[in-house]
Design a protein around this ligand. Structure first.
Ligand SMILES: [Zn+2]
Length: 206
């Protein structure tokens, strides 16, 4: 018993430190080279998190705040634990209604939005970095630039070619849109600027 208590006294401080730690590995997207150019591992105390490392719904970039979400059809991804249940419910509902979900991307820390620095690197974390954004069936719902409205000017920059007539293509009338809105996520196909992210759902649709 004595030894047990001694061990406990030794281990307790370590446990406290472990719970207080935030770690994540992030990549940086370079717009000039059109590829990921940097990978960096960060470990710090939660009390040291900057505003840039905090997202909506009390979610953070810390991998410790993410959990695995598995849908009824076994498709899975990681999401922020504060939104995971809601989004899982919405996507399971959509599956029941007959829309097949073949691929999902949730938590993925990367700087892929915001202003570009002198080297062409993006400088802000995407909503995926906080586990609050979801890409659905990216093979059928690409990200396009030069795309104020869907048409021949649009240029594919990520994911698969978008053909609104295909069954897995997400369109303005797809039931997945109101289902995800109920869970707090807007569709990237409704963006008002020249980007259209047909696979993407996030709190601000960007
Ligand atoms: Zn996305």
């Amino acid at each position: 018993m004595k030894y047990f208590l001694l061990t406990l006294i030794f281990l307790l401080p370590f446990q406290a430190v472990a719970n207080d730690t935030c770690s994540y590995t992030y990549t940086v997207w370079n717009t000039a080279q059109k590829r990921t150019v940097m990978k960096q591992k960060i470990t710090k105390l939660r009390s040291e998190l900057t505003e840039a490392e905090k997202g909506p719904f009390n979610c953070t970039i810390c991998k410790e705040d993410q959990e695995i979400v598995t849908l009824d059809n076994d498709a899975s991804m990681k999401l922020c634990r504060h939104v995971a249940e809601k989004i899982k419910g919405a996507l399971n509902q959509v599956l029941k209604e007959g829309y097949d979900i073949q691929s999902l991307v949730g938590y993925r820390p990367s700087k892929s939005r915001g202003p570009v620095d002198a080297k062409g690197n993006r400088t802000q974390f995407s909503q995926h970095a906080f586990g609050v954004a979801v890409d659905v069936n990216q093979e059928f719902n690409g990200l396009y630039t030069n795309c104020q409205e869907w048409g021949p000017t649009c240029k594919l920059i990520k994911g698969g070619t978008y053909d609104p007539k295909k069954p897995l293509a997400i369109t303005a009338k797809s039931p997945i849109i109101p289902a995800m809105e109920k869970a707090g996520l807007k569709w990237g196909g409704f963006r008002k600027d020249s980007l259209k992210d047909f696979m993407h759902f996030s709190p601000d649709g960007q």
